[in-house]
Write a new protein. Sequence first.
Length: 60
Amino acid sequence: MDGRTALRAVGELLAWWAALAVLWLVLISSVHPLEYAVGGAVAAVGALAARAARRAVTNR
C-alpha cells in the first residue's frame, strides 16, 4: 500500500468513526465519561466493519 492509499484508508476510517460516534451520542440520553469511551470503541469497530464491507463490494 503506498502513502496515498494509506492516507485514503485513514481518512475513510476517520469519517466513518466520526459519523458513528456522533450517531451514538445523539441516541443516548445522558453522557458520562464511560459512555464516551464505549461509544468511541464501538464506533471504531463499526468503522472497520464499514470499510471492510465497502471493500468487499467494490473489489469484485
